[in-house]
Design a protein around this ligand. Sequence first.
Ligand code: SF4
Length: 960
Amino acid sequence: MRPRRTPDPPLPASRPIGDEVKETTCYMCACRCGIKVHLKDGGIRYIEGNRDHPVNRGVLCAKGAAGIMQHYSPARLTRPLRRVGPRGSGEFREIDWDEALETATEWLGAIRRDDPRKLAFFTGRDQSQSLTSWWASQFGTPNYAAHGGFCSVNMAAAGFYTIGGSFWEFGAPDWEMTRYFLLFGVAEDHDSNPIKIGLGKLRARGAKIVSVNPVRTGYSAIADEWLAIRPGTDGLFVLALVHELLRAGRVDAASLAHFTNAPWLVIDDPGAADHGLFARDARGRPLVRDRVTGRVVPAADPEAQPDLREHATLADGRRAIPSFRLVAERYLDPKYAPASVAAETGLDAATIKRIAAELAHAAFEHDIAVEQPWTDAYGRRHERMVGRPVSMHAMRGISAHSNGFHTCRAIHLLQLLLGSIDAPGGFRFRPPYPKPIPPPPRPAGQMGELARGLPLPRSPLDGAPLGFPTGPEDLLVEEDGTPVRIDKAFSWEAPLAAHGLFHMVIHNAFAGDPYPIDTLFLYMANASWNSAMDSAGTMAKLAARDPETGRLRIPHVIYSDAYYSEMVAYADLVLPDTTYLERWDCISLLDRPISDPDAAADSIRQPVVEPHRDVRPFQDVLIELGARLELPGLVHAGGAPRYPGLYRDYIVNHERKAGIGSLAGWRGSGGDRHGTGAPNARQLDAYIAHGCVWRHEVPPQARYMKHVNRDYLEWATGMGFIDAPDPIVPQLYSETMQRFRLAAEGKGETVPPPSQRARIARYFDPLPIWYRPFEEDQIAEAEYPLHAITQRPMAMYHSWGSQNAWLRQIHGENRIHLHRDLAVSLGIEDDDWIELVSHHGRITAQAKLMDGVNRDTVWTWNAIAKRPGAWNLAPGAPESERGVLLNHLISTLLPAREDGLRYANTDPVTGQAAWYDLRVRIAKVAPSAVTEPRFPPQAVPASLPERPAVLRFGLARTRR
Ligand code: SF4
């Protein structure tokens, strides 16, 4: 017998590596994970995930860990700059902050005295949008948006107009209970750690993961099944699934009848002004037909047994049809049968049929339930929460097409038919969502005020610049239909542009269409390069002068960024920002939530190190500028600054409405209130004491079916998330869309100009439709036979990552990936040089062959390529020599119509940039040392630090 061994003394799992640890929130992507920053001698030594943080539970990705290199990057701006050379040259002189702020105040003050609309204020992946949008409304300009129009507004808008929430930040799969997970068009950048953690749970439980994506990378690589769909056809695939479920009668009829608008009666009176709208009683309540009594009764009648099938006769003798019947009639059409869509989607009919059957099986034959009684919004008690363990998630691959809005609506329709919206095992809302459909507010600056000449100089807008129109009367158009906004959001060209059209502002400002502006004010938006369609054209427009006057077409450009990006070179005035580790921030429920389905949550960033450069947090600068400009919300009556402590002061003391501020935790003078309450002077201390995050749990009886759960709706009202505890009824059939369609028929007071009517009538269908993406439809398919799309590398986020000393070692250059069979047919081998030609431009790069891609699709990593000199990278850096951007191939405008009109290259409903619609041809070209197109280097400001030959910023600290 072996002698018993004395146990070893417990080993420390990790030794202290610094002298201080500070908690804060990561900003290396949009997930906002909690991090612990280890400091030594005031410098950053190490970043680890915060195990107590609800977003990441300690998980830290490559990007998050590389935050050190983001902080010590030689690309960091160090001083304010004023342009001295031509726009784009990168020639600046250094100035001090007094001059910088005086210059900005002079330019902006002149605009505000004249016409606030001459300011276009646009931000990129800004996590302070509740401040920046409020600042714009205080300035009085409707010309504000962040980058959502370029990214995924189709997904957000379709969700908000259909279910009152959306994927990603507004909802999440029920990772604990789902059995079947369908992932549409998701790259690796959005919801990065939470998705990875969730996929791990699904894998451990043996749930099935199906990825629908032309490219098999990242999440798709670990899926049980990969459907190599043809780009832009996801909507058709989903509607074929809907066809199959309807054909087999495999839908959740009870959920549809009681908790959606499927039974709501639609007026069937062609030619009438209310044709296609919901039949309502005198109190405006939607009506249904009771299938037991045959009577027409309010949908909210708790005794009603709503009929999904039969027509009804209304009190005025007209006929009305349940929405669901319109759904069934539409999608049972053989044109949606799997065999009919197979060729277009690239998926075989048997696979589509099988997926539909598997979805139904998972939803209806796995009896899962949460044994928790609950009461619905109509007062009916339910003994348990019935599960439908099918969940879905979608992102930019669906969104960035000109048919993306309807595709996202189709996915939500599929979820509703399966009864899996906020049911156990399905898609779950994250508080403060769901919100009413569509959510308030409407975009500020409606036609009535504009007819009176508003916004008046020096007047704030009467609300937020962005919002959700309920019908044509909410559009921002002049009497003759001319857009009010520089980006044409909320005009007839993009009526439901809930996130604005970031990608159109430079083009329209250059063209003076619909009017010239004076100042383009950008924050954290690499708008001249990888956040542009047609990057070369965008740079030319930024530098363009009027041939007659010689004046710049966009007279002033103010830009704030922490780094020397490509966009900095086009600014006249540069306001250097800090890194995310050097400032206060709030991740507010007024912006995009970090909540999980079981709890509301928000968080802060605190400065963990001092900036030893002459830089200031942009949010501080914005508040100081607001005070200098005497914007109403930023000064007291006598003109003294309202927030002398700048952003920190604003975070704590600003109230959007009485009791509702930037942060929901520890409110009230004693810090004992959550959700609403008076400002609390010690609120930030409370956040810091709790790891910089606040999480407040939803009561157990309120955790599912939130949209129609009385306890949830009352809880959410008490928390200040919604105004009243009214049920939020998912809209299979959209009355808002029908209102636009009626306007296109000339009905109502606000109607589109004749040139726009056919387009509105076609694309504002109240039920989801599918049509071919515009570019594919308008160019010669034989000439441009391939799709070209991008994927976001898991290790990177926008253009920040590819200058990061650690991350650029993973992706320092990018290739064009293509299917091996396609390559063979074109005589292309690995590393061959190839050209890609679109109807708009030409690029060259090296090829990389693979099997995991749709045969008719080529793709590359996004935002790797850099302009020489940008980001303070060394001459000959691989990012500028062998990196390539697809953006050069993407046109801002679609080809001209017969009447010469050129629409923006966007979704016709929301204005979402349709950059995944790109079509190309490829061919082998002669070998080269560099990719094309080439651009002259931008000069590097003298104030930027010298680049070390090898970027080893942590070396000194590791040897201590
Ligand atoms: S997922 Fe995003 S927020 Fe989380 S650690 Fe990675 S980079 Fe940071």
